[in-house]
Design a protein. Structure first.
Length: 305
């Protein structure tokens, strides 16, 4: 039994006339009659009552007609849904992200993707580096969005979306907040607050490396698990911290943010993915994000001096 035979059968059911059915199907009447007869032989029962004047459907033919209409409808839906999946327009896209990207232009990319692909469900999971990169590498998530100072995985693909500079967050009531700061090395004797070495060891390591490049080992007096905790500790007057510029509108009534100029520490907001068996939805997300590359970030870095 072939799908085309069932389509021939339905056309005859609709017209109840072999000649008209053949005309609709753009074929001769004799081949159509042959295909219907062949289908009846395969099924083992009659589909039509035929006389010289009329054609009518047998009870068995009516049952087959009704079920065939439903079956072909399901088949059509399956074909259409399969095409949507193949084109990356339907399904679940797993995205891991660093918390800092919520304050950047990346949120516009997420909104634009959702608008363009409304049938794709975004499953967002917050992760710290390097857990984020490990999850991408192991294909536990489809794509990652990370804020990186240095790339550390040779087997992963990175696509730059935007670049963030860094600032020094200083308690506003400190004398240091009123001073000009031209170099990170000028802060070598200051107490620093940083990320927890146990939970965010890559961020911790990147910070230590930046300080070592500036010629000193920082005096870390307190660590924290989250970005907002780091800023909260700065606001409490416990120390200063190196933070991305996208945070400079947070707690700015108690924190003074000074742009870091020497050295300028750039944080690359990048997509991270594994090319092995990349799904069409992830490819669509990567392609769309590429259109937003270097999209300016709306920030307001104020010098409190």
């Amino acid at each position: 039994m072939e799908i085309r035979q069932l389509q021939y059968f339905l056309t005859v059911c609709e017209t109840l006339h072999f000649g008209k059915a053949a005309e609709q199907l753009h074929m001769a009447q004799q081949p159509l009659s042959f295909q219907i007869h062949k289908l009846e032989e395969e099924l083992g029962y009659k589909l039509f009552y035929r006389t010289t004047r009329s054609v009518s459907i047998t009870p068995s033919g009516i049952e087959l007609r009704d079920k065939t209409i439903k079956a072909l409808s399901y088949l059509k839906q399956g074909v259409e849904t399969g095409k949507l999946i193949a084109d990356g327009k339907i399904g679940k896209l797993r995205i891991a992200y660093n918390s800092m990207i919520i304050s950047t232009s990346v949120t516009e990319i997420l909104s634009a993707f959702k608008e363009k692909y409304p049938q794709v469900e975004l499953i967002l999971e917050e992760m710290n580096s390097p857990d984020l990169e490990n999850s991408v590498s192991n294909q536990e998530v489809d794509v990652g969005i990370a804020g990186l100072i240095w790339k550390s995985y040779d087997d992963l693909n990175y696509q730059l979306i935007a670049t963030e500079n860094s600032s020094i967050a200083i308690p506003k009531n400190w004398d240091l907040a009123n001073q000009d700061i031209s170099s990170l090395s000028e802060l070598k004797d200051q107490p620093f607050i940083t990320y927890s070495q146990s939970s965010k060891w890559k961020s911790y390591g990147d910070f230590m490396s930046v300080c070592h490049l500036a010629g000193f080992t920082p005096n870390v007096v307190q660590d924290a698990e989250t970005d907002i905790s780091v800023l909260g500790l700065v606001a409490s007057g416990l120390g200063i911290a190196l933070v991305p510029n996208c945070y400079t509108n947070i707690l700015n009534d108690t924190i003074c943010y000074k742009p870091l100029k020497n050295p300028e520490v750039h944080i690359d907001i990048s997509l991270v993915w594994n090319n092995e068996n990349i799904c069409p939805m992830a490819q669509n997300f990567i392609d769309l994000a590429g259109e937003y590359k270097n999209l300016p970030v709306s920030i307001n870095v104020s010098d409190c001096s």
